[in-house]
Design a protein around this ligand. Structure first.
Ligand code: SF4
Ligand code: SF4
Length: 217
């Protein structure tokens, strides 16, 4: 029960005549709008114009790394699907056709729409197989297109193999050579990384690398 002394009674302010015509409020609103029109803009007309720098440690689209022989690095240990808080990684393992490991993933799917980009999967991976690239531009025309399978994730590795994603906390030995951190421009300069092609029908097919990974990448 609310006690009387706890009740705060607010008296309605009495407006004077010139205040009741709301002209001062209107003028104050116009002054505020004018100030914002004349002040420095914080927004850009994306995507025609882009900011000069992007955070190199931005956690974006995943990639599945390959080893020097062109095979998928993942050993199907199931640590990443186990730790993933969004439950968006699905791995199907099978006995590996190579003598240096027990298993490899025959299927590896990530639902990029469910992912919360926390980075726990890349932190937990014992062989640095899964990583989050700084790519934040990803599109798809359907939900199914945003479920990235092993082939798409390997294709992203091929497209971004020169980048070493920056992990947080920093891991010794990692360098940040991220094209996204170079000065960007509106038109005519180097194009930023995008995942558009990976999620769209008609994307360039993945070229299998030479070597033992050809049949079972
Ligand atoms: S970034 Fe986080 S939510 Fe996304 S797949 Fe990895 S562990 Fe799951
Ligand atoms: S990506 Fe890494 S953590 Fe995930 S199943 Fe493969 S080896 Fe294990």
């Amino acid at each position: 029960m609310i006690r009387d002394e706890d009740i705060i009674r607010i008296r309605e302010p009495r407006l004077r005549l010139w205040e009741r015509c709301y002209l001062p409020q209107v003028l104050r609103g116009l002054w505020t709008a004018l100030r914002h029109v004349l002040s420095r803009k914080l927004t850009v007309t994306y995507p025609e114009r882009r900011r000069k720098t992007y955070l190199p440690r931005h956690r974006g689209l995943h990639r599945l790394n390959k080893d020097p022989l062109g095979r998928v690095k993942c050993v199907a240990c199931f640590l990443c699907p186990t730790i993933c808080p969004a439950r968006c990684i699905h791995v199907v393992g099978a006995p590996a056709p190579w003598p240096d490991r027990e298993k490899y993933p025959v299927r590896f799917d990530i639902d990029e729409l469910r992912c919360i980009y926390c980075g726990m999967c890349e932190e937990v991976c014992p062989v640095d197989a899964i990583e989050l690239t700084p790519i934040f531009e990803m599109v798809g025309l359907s939900r199914a297109e945003m479920i990235f399978d092993k082939e798409k994730l390997l294709a992203i590795y091929e497209a971004t193999r020169d980048i070493k994603p920056m992990k947080d906390p920093k891991i010794v030995g990692y360098t940040v050579d991220n094209p996204c951190s170079k000065p960007a421009r509106s038109r005519g300069g180097p194009a930023p990384l995008r995942a558009t092609g990976f999620g769209m029908p008609g994307a360039a097919p993945l070229t299998p690398p030479p070597g033992p990974g050809r049949d079972a990448p």
